[in-house]
Design a protein around this ligand. Structure first.
Ligand code: C2E
Ligand code: MG
Ligand code: MG
Ligand code: MG
Length: 285
């Protein structure tokens, strides 16, 4: 909508856009404040080995507990943080927090992998590589148990700088797992160019009528690449059983557990293991 101003000129004004922009900036400010105020927290979803039914890993997932007591989910605020660049600071916070928790698990004798999500834009932040290099050198820390999840869309463009960064991260010993696999259009040749250790079948594939067809395709690619294959968003025993019978290695999903506050994860692991042995079995229906 255009309005005539006092001087007779035309001012282009779009109330819908202004509202979106205003809301956007407001959210960015709120998110900055939340980070400073310690309102961002990580919850941990168990990952289960399909052959042994034991918890072998856990994914750290961001939660924002607002002052009003509501919990905001990452799909609502990560895109904003990515657009404004705040994701770099949030990402460093996530790394530090997940690292501390991984050390707590190790100290309790609970040897499971911890994975964190890294947004595409973070790979342009030199602090990310610096921080990973610092962590990898810490005594007693096994980067092989600290996995980084990257998105499939990132790998489609043949970016030399990205390739170098991922190669360096991989040489530090951190496993790289492609998240949301099956949602982009990457091909084998593109995947072969990167030091990939695992793929995560996107949950949108698991929930469809074509589940078996789609999952078969992804499993074939994973097997050809020789990487660990994880399914996410597994909600039924039928899905789990099919995945186990068709060569999938691990799963995450509400069938086993949603993401939990860290103390609840520890309680689950300790309950499941009964003692201080390493990976813990989990009861799923
Ligand atoms: P993702 O990495 O693919 O994480 C899996 C999402 O699926 C999580 O949602 C998880 O709670 C959900 N989920 C797991 N099992 C099931 C299930 O059986 N059914 C259904 N319907 N959902 C299930 P969440 O925690 O809301 O996170 C959404 C996305 O936000 C993540 O997808 C990830 O892309 C992003 N994200 C979360 N934490 C971070 C972070 O620390 N950094 C970055 N850059 N992104 C993050
Ligand atoms: Mg993930
Ligand atoms: Mg995913
Ligand atoms: Mg996702």
């Amino acid at each position: 909508a255009a309005k005539e101003d006092a001087g007779g000129g035309v001012v282009v004004y779009d109330p819908a856009l202004a509202e979106r922009t205003g809301r956007f900036l407001e959210l960015d400010t709120d998110l900055r404040n939340a980070l400073d105020a310690g309102q961002l927290d990580l919850h941990y979803q168990p990952r289960i080995d399909l052959a042994t039914n034991r918890i072998v890993g856990t994914e750290a997932l961001l939660r924002w507990r607002t002052a009003g007591g509501d919990v905001a989910l990452p799909d609502e605020f990560i895109p904003i943080a990515e657009a404004t660049g705040l994701i770099d600071q949030i990402g460093i916070f996530v790394l530090a927090e997940a690292f501390d928790r991984s050390q707590e698990l190790a100290a309790l004798g609970l040897r499971i992998a911890v994975s964190v999500n890294i947004a595409p834009r973070q790979f342009r932040d030199p602090n990310l590589l610096a921080e990973l290099t610092r962590l990898a050198a810490l005594p007693g820390f096994d980067p092989g148990l600290f996995e980084l999840e990257i998105t499939e869309t990132m790998l489609i463009s043949d970016n030399v700088q990205l390739k170098n960064t991922l190669a360096r991260i991989s040489r530090l010993g951190f496993p790289l797992v492609i998240d949301d696999f099956g949602t982009a259009y990457s091909n084998m040749a593109a995947l072969k160019r990167y030091p990939i250790d695992g793929i995560k079948i996107d949950r949108s594939l698991i929930g469809t009528d074509d589940f078996e067809t789609l999952a078969s395709g992804v499993l074939t690619i994973g097997k050809l690449l020789g990487v660990k294959i994880i399914a996410e968003g597994v909600e039924t025993a039928q899905q789990r059983d099919w995945l186990a019978e068709n060569g999938c290695h691990e799963f995450q999903g509400f069938l086993a557990s949603p993401a939990l506050p860290f103390p609840d994860l520890v309680a689950m692991l300790q309950h499941a293991s009964g003692a201080n042995d390493s990976a813990a079995p989990v009861e799923t229906v």
